[in-house]
Design a binder for this molecule. Structure first.
Ligand code: UDP
Length: 476
């Protein structure tokens, strides 16, 4: 109210669903805290997000999306960005610099994965804030492994070691570490350098979820961080929940009416996020495991890797399913397969959904937590094995499927998780044993805490307000 004019915040997401979706939600969060939010995107991104931004504008949120003018000769840098999170986005560097010079916002919140951005802002007199897309737990684990665990001393691949210095006893094996976490320099060094030069870091998490790690991140690692999540909770209405980032491949009504006649807490939702590609062999094992478990499920089949055809969307090639599988699940009304993109938030918050088989991407993890749904953890790559530890060992809201190895994009070499393991994990989580009853209670409590955190007076609400106040106070 004391503001002479609104604080103007720019948001510059990285590529891939897991980076863009939470950044757009972060722009929404700050808009609802009184900022004027502008999302900077590439032409393809604008197309993807403009419907949802229009809805925001209709409901009075001060938010807009702009495309950077790209040089004519640029290979559209956002076209195949979902293929690898290490895409070089440096073609955006000069257009972004010019855009910033022209508009001079109070700050730019940018994804730390734009590794060329470290020195872009030098001399621009524009405050920079980093968004990392991870929680504090995984940041602390990453940091301490880099600092204290020499690569050669970690031991044999499957031999567990204890992560030094973090608040809980966390055991990992070398096979679960991202290759880039073991390197001395590279991606992370650049990201950290960018962070050091920044005004601070915006984190999509909430203090009550990982208090010891938020504290560690701030006080031991010395980071200035505003913890403002779960940002997905800013999607209030059905349309916003149904369409995040991409148009869902299923009509939300079809999805909701399929769920409507299921028992509360009886359905397992299965998704591996926006990037992971599973092999047909692995999908076959999942299908057998699900069928043998006899529990109802919604299974999102995104990208599939096939040796002969390379990668593709979940449509078309059907020979990975056991014969007659789809007919059987359709007739018994026991399963729903979504090929492509699912309205994940709508599904997770539905009362019929009682379990989430997840690859432990940070956004999925937080969304599962926010909806009070216990999880079957099946990490695949990135920092997902760390998130698995948080879910199972620290929070006690999940059971492991037993995935042992970081597979990244080398799907063919990945160790298969067999159908028995899938069946066993599903039965354990969905079968209603005593341990799971407690898990459900804990998950429900966390969901309550998540909601309180983003409400007025909550910890995340306060952090978002604090950042805006600081930006006003110290206007350059
Ligand atoms: N998502 C979705 N529908 C899908 C797959 C993913 O809405 O079919 C959303 C999901 O809700 C989450 C994001 O995409 O917000 C995926 O991010 P996450 O960090 O979980 O995993 P990543 O895709 O980065 O591996």
């Amino acid at each position: 109210s004391e503001q002479v004019r609104r604080v103007e915040m720019f948001f510059f997401p990285f590529v891939g669903g897991g980076h863009q979706i939470p950044m757009i939600d972060t722009a929404r969060v700050f808009a609802s805290h009184g900022a004027k939010s502008t999302i900077i995107a590439t032409p393809t991104n604008v197309l993807q997000f403009q419907n949802s931004i229009l809805r925001d504008q209709h409901s009075g949120r001060s938010i807009s999306i702009h495309s950077l003018p790209l040089p004519d000769d640029a290979v559209s840098p956002d076209i195949d960005m979902s293929a690898t999170p290490f895409t070089d986005t440096s073609v955006l560097r000069e257009p972004l610099r010019l855009f910033l010079l022209e508009h001079r916002p109070d700050c730019i919140v940018f994804d730390g994965f734009h590794r060329w951005a470290a020195d872009l802002f030098d001399g621009l007199q524009i405050r920079r804030i980093v968004f990392t897309g991870n929680g504090c737990f995984s940041r602390c684990v990453t940091e301490n492994i880099r600092r204290y665990v020499p690569h050669e001393r970690v031991g044999s691949d499957y031999e567990p070691f204890v992560v030094p210095g973090v608040p809980d006893r966390i055991e990992l094996t070398r096979s679960q570490l991202p290759p880039f976490a073991r390197e001395k320099s590279g991606v992370f060094d650049k990201m950290f350098k960018t962070e050091e030069k920044s005004f601070g870091i915006v984190i999509n998490s909430f203090c009550e979820l990982e208090p010891a790690y938020v504290e560690y991140f701030r006080n031991q690692m010395g980071k200035k961080a505003w913890v403002i999540g779960p940002v997905s909770l800013c999607n209030g209405n059905v349309a916003d929940k149904a369409e995040r980032g991409k148009q869902a491949s299923i009509d939300d009504q079809t999805c909701l009416s399929w769920l409507a006649d299921k028992e509360p807490g009886s359905v397992l939702y299965i998704s591996f996020g926006s990037l992971a590609r599973l092999s047909p062999q692995q999908l076959l094992e999942i299908a057998h495991g699900l069928e043998a478990s006899k529990h109802p499920f919604i299974w999102v089949v995104g990208k599939i890797f096939s040796k002969s055809r390379g990668e593709g969307e979940g449509g078309g090639e059907e020979n990975w399913l056991p014969s007659g599988f789809e007919e059987r699940i359709r007739e018994s009304n026991r399963g729903l397969i979504i090929r492509g993109w699912a309205p994940q938030l709508l599904i997770l918050e539905h009362a019929a959904v009682g379990g989430f088989m997840t690859h432990c991407g940070w956004n999925s993890t937080l969304e599962g937590v926010s909806c009070g749904v216990p999880m079957i953890t099946w990490p695949v790559s990135a920092e997902q094995f760390y998130n698995e530890k948080l879910i199972t060992d620290v929070l006690g809201v999940g059971v492991r499927v037993g995935s042992l190895e970081w597979m990244s994009f080398n799907v063919e070499k990945a160790a298969l998780v067999g159908r028995e393991k899938v069946e066993e994990a599903v039965k354990r989580l969905m079968g209603g044993g005593e341990a799971v009853v407690e898990m459900r209670l804990r998950a429900g409590e966390l969901a309550e805490k998540a909601k309180r955190a983003v409400e007025q007076g909550g910890s995340s609400f306060k952090d978002a307000d604090d950042l805006i106040v600081e930006l006003v106070k110290v206007r350059l």
